[in-house]
Design a protein. Structure first.
Length: 114
């Protein structure tokens, strides 16, 4: 089982780690842009059998009144060049803080389906 949003907050990290240590979660997807990503990466480095992938974070949206307004956007989803640069930046950050390649790639709120 995969857990998304690893690194987003200390609470998310604690929950994912506890679920992994209880045998529920076998891998997680790390959001490298968030302040607690380094703590999550430290856990991953100390547990090499724990699969950790890159959870690409290009923004977050919420559903309100029939629309999906942005809570934040890292790059414009209309700018393929900016997206490619951001994906490269996040992949490099992942490799730097985890010390290995991701086991998988996915995206926050399935933005890759846009």
């Amino acid at each position: 089982m995969n857990a998304d949003d690893f690194g987003q907050s200390a609470g998310v990290n604690r929950g994912i780690i506890a679920a992994h240590e209880r045998g529920i979660v076998t891998r997680a997807s790390l959001m490298v842009r968030w302040p607690t990503a380094t703590a999550a990466a430290a856990y991953a480095r100390g547990n090499p059998r724990f699969g950790v992938g890159l959870h690409l974070d290009l923004g977050e949206w919420t559903y309100r009144d029939g629309a999906w307004p942005a809570l934040y956007e890292v790059v414009s989803l209309q700018d393929a060049h900016a997206i490619a640069e951001e994906v490269s930046r996040q992949l490099a950050a992942f490799r730097e803080i985890v010390g290995r390649d991701p086991t998988h790639l996915d995206s926050h709120q399935h933005v890759h389906l846009q």
